[in-house]
Design a protein around this ligand. Structure first.
Ligand SMILES: Cc1ncc(COP(=O)(O)O)c(C=O)c1O
Length: 414
């Protein structure tokens, strides 16, 4: 069995199967580029996370799917049926979650650079919780509430920046003072202002119900010690807030745990993480109703593949290219945006066969960075071959664009 085989992907003979169907059959029927998502694998990821928390705490465990990873309506419906909650990053995502059937009580809106117009849209949704990114935001929040929703008791939580961040790339480290490349981190409220934010939210007539943090994205095993350090900080800060008279209903530890993108990568120990969170909450003096986590890519990444067709194979200055009919920016921008965003790529009709050579899989956009993978070891492809770019279920279509006026690929779910 190859390391990436799962409920969705399997190799039979030399062929890649998606569920019970050869990948090439999907390409033939629906055309390429094509995203294929697997309900079975997505649900298995969700159940794995549920199981990790089972029996660990008396508090309710809310798994808030970070729908920015993939907002496909049928994926939202899978999570709705599985009793998940939603992390929505914009009024548009809030609307899509409600349309997919999530009750407002299960939706947490976490915005950044939020406008008065955004606030008006989300305040209109009774029962929704609004996560506050800045103490400076509260004045505008109060004005919007007073103008349009007089006397409404809106549920809010505070997104704090615990000073510890972690992510696979500087662009997705979302806590701390600066990211690994020196970029100042814009998210959340610094530690010294957290109590004041709760006081101000309360004094402004909001109902503060939770504390939230999100450290970054794409954690692997090596990130565990750093990440649990932030769990400790969160528990201590929450206990302090309860002592000061804020009866927190939930603690939201954010998302960030990665799927396995690379063979060599040691997966983040999700079970250990769940146990750690629950133990620290249990051992503290905290009285809370719910522990919340907010994963995106962990739930959906390995439940998706992108199929592209090789148009021609080209050699230039000793480089061998498989030139395919999809681009990164308009389908799966991760490899173009983030250094070290690696995706396994396989030839659907010859997964393992033949002598392997380094092949750069290049897209159809006018940009040198438009490559899905550099010098991937694979048998020399032929024009017409279908390649599958794996672990493409998260931050693919949801980050896609119409760069070069290329269309956004079709998506199917099996
Ligand atoms: C606030 C928040 N929560 C959760 C997530 C999900 O992160 P991941 O997909 O790495 O689990 C993100 C991602 O950017 C986020 O910004």
């Amino acid at each position: 069995m190859l390391w990436w085989e799962n409920r969705f992907l399997s190799v039979r003979g030399q062929k890649l199967y998606l569920g019970e169907t050869a990948a090439s059959a999907f390409a033939e029927k629906y055309g390429t580029p094509l995203f294929v998502y697997s309900r079975a694998q997505i649900l298995a990821n969700y159940q794995k996370l549920r199981a990790a928390f089972a029996g660990q705490t008396d508090a309710e465990v809310r798994i808030c799917y970070a729908m920015k990873a993939n907002f496909h309506r049928r994926i939202l419906k899978i999570f709705k049926a599985a009793d998940a909650s939603i992390d929505a990053g914009s009024p548009g995502e809030v609307r899509a979650a409600l349309d997919a059937g999530f009750p407002p009580e299960k939706v947490l809106f976490t915005g950044t650079s939020v406008s008065a117009d955004d606030l008006r849209k989300v305040f209109a949704v009774d029962g929704l919780t609004v996560n506050i990114d800045a103490i400076e935001q509260l004045e505008v929040m109060k004005n919007v509430r007073d103008r349009w929703f007089k006397n409404k008791k809106i549920r809010v939580s505070i997104r704090w920046n615990p000073g510890i961040g972690r992510g696979f790339n500087p662009k997705v480290i979302t806590a701390g003072k600066q990211s690994a490349d020196g970029t100042p981190i814009k998210f959340g409220i610094e530690e010294a202002k957290v109590l004041a934010a709760f006081e101000k939210a309360s004094a402004s007539g909001f109902n503060p119900v939770g504390l939230h943090q999100h450290l970054g994205s794409g954690w692997v095993k090596e990130d565990f010690p750093m990440v649990v350090g932030a769990v400790d900080k969160m528990v201590l800060k929450s206990a302090e807030l309860q002592r000061k008279g804020f009866p927190l209903e939930f603690l939201d530890f954010g998302g960030g745990f990665g799927p396995r993108y690379i063979k060599e990568q040691k997966p983040f120990p999700v079970e250990q993480y769940a146990r750690y969170i629950c133990r620290q909450v249990r051992r503290s003096s905290l009285k809370i109703q719910a522990v919340v986590v907010e994963p995106g890519k962990f739930l959906v990444a390995d439940g998706g593949a992108l199929l592209v067709r090789v148009e021609y194979v080209k050699e230039s200055y000793g480089n061998l290219f498989a030139c395919v009919n999809g681009g990164t920016f308009n389908t799966l921008p991760r490899p173009a945006i983030y250094a070290r965003a690696f995706h396994e790529i396989v030839n659907c009709s010859r997964v393992n066969g033949g002598r392997k050579v380094p092949v750069t899989v290049a897209g159809n956009l006018c940009e040198t960075g438009d490559v899905f993978g550099k010098e991937i070891m694979m048998p020399v492809p032929k024009p017409g071959d279908i390649l599958a770019i794996l672990c493409a279920g998260a931050y693919g279509r949801s980050m896609a664009s119409n760069f070069n006026l290329r269309p956004i690929p079709r998506e199917i779910i099996i």
